[in-house]
Design a protein around this ligand. Structure first.
Ligand code: NAI
Length: 248
């Protein structure tokens, strides 16, 4: 028996990287999956792997930053499954630049996907969870939202916003049986961090007490915990998965 047997989990940005690892971890624990990403085709790899674990999987092409796309995508998927027990807001982008050179378009794009996307999905899915009087929402933030980073004003602001949204939604929804938590990864080996130069990676390693980059599976483990009944008395929290970079 998996810890999520019989549960339905919706994961955004599930085509690759951390989102794919989360989807496969939750599927391995028995959850059926609703997978969303920009392009349905991109999700096929994740869907095929999850189906091989014996799970039911539906995919939808959804732009998390577009209210209409989110509304239609979630409505269609909820109709098919009848409920959503777990929502993981994982889709995210970076458009790094120093503050004085950052364009308004790059500011807006990052805030729209990372923060507004989390708001839009949380709003639509929470409506369904309110009917069920139960649900667990896990938002993927970042340690950059806690400590900031030169060249990432837009990204840091978006992830700090995700953390504040997590805490406020947790307070609003707790009495209705819905828990809202966040995971703040440090530096995780994915396409997002593959873009970094060897020098930057070496400098990062010097600041990681556990002296290694994290894996998407490390993040998925924390998400699984927060999504499961093992975390039934935990809401409004941020778990850092960062090899010890940020200690509060
Ligand atoms: P990734 O770039 O490998 O995957 C992101 C996924 O989100 C992609 O499949 C992409 O198509 C999807 N996506 C992007 N914009 C979208 C939109 N508008 N609508 C729907 N889907 C969209 O990124 P990675 O590294 O797997 O990151 C996942 C999450 O983890 C992000 O929120 C990121 O900010 C966060 N994170 C990643 C860290 C890392 O070191 N890789 C560290 C801290 C946080």
């Amino acid at each position: 028996m998996g810890s999520l047997n019989g549960k339905i989990a919706l994961i955004t940005g599930a085509a690759r990287g951390i989102g794919q690892a989360i989807a496969l971890r939750l599927a391995g624990e028995g959850a059926d999956l609703v997978l969303c990403d920009l392009n349905q085709e991109w999700l096929e790899e994740t869907a095929t792997k999850a189906r091989a674990l014996g799970r039911r999987v539906e995919c939808a092409s959804v732009d998390v930053s577009n209210a209409d796309s989110v509304q239609k995508g979630v409505a269609a998927l909820t109709e098919q499954f009848g409920r959503i027990d777990v929502l993981v807001n994982n889709a995210g982008i970076t458009k790094d630049q120093f503050l004085l050179r950052m364009s308004e378009a790059d500011w807006d794009a990052v805030l729209d996907v990372n923060l507004k996307g989390t708001f839009l999905f949380t709003k639509v899915v929470a409506k369904q969870m309110l009917k069920q009087k139960a649900g667990a929402i896990v938002n993927i933030a970042s340690i950059i939202g806690l400590i900031g980073n030169a060249g990432q004003c837009n990204y840091a602001a978006s992830k700090a916003g995700v953390i504040a949204l997590t805490k406020s939604a947790a307070r609003e929804l707790a009495s209705r049986g819905i828990r809202v938590n966040a995971v703040a990864p440090g530096f995780i080996q994915t396409a997002m961090t593959d873009k970094l130069t060897a020098d930057v990676k070496e400098a990062m390693l010097r600041n990681i007490p556990l002296n290694t980059l994290g894996t998407p599976e490390n993040v998925a483990d924390a998400v699984h915990f927060l999504a499961s009944d093992a975390a039934s008395y935990i809401t409004g929290q941020v778990i850092t998965v960062d090899g010890g970079m940020v200690m509060s």
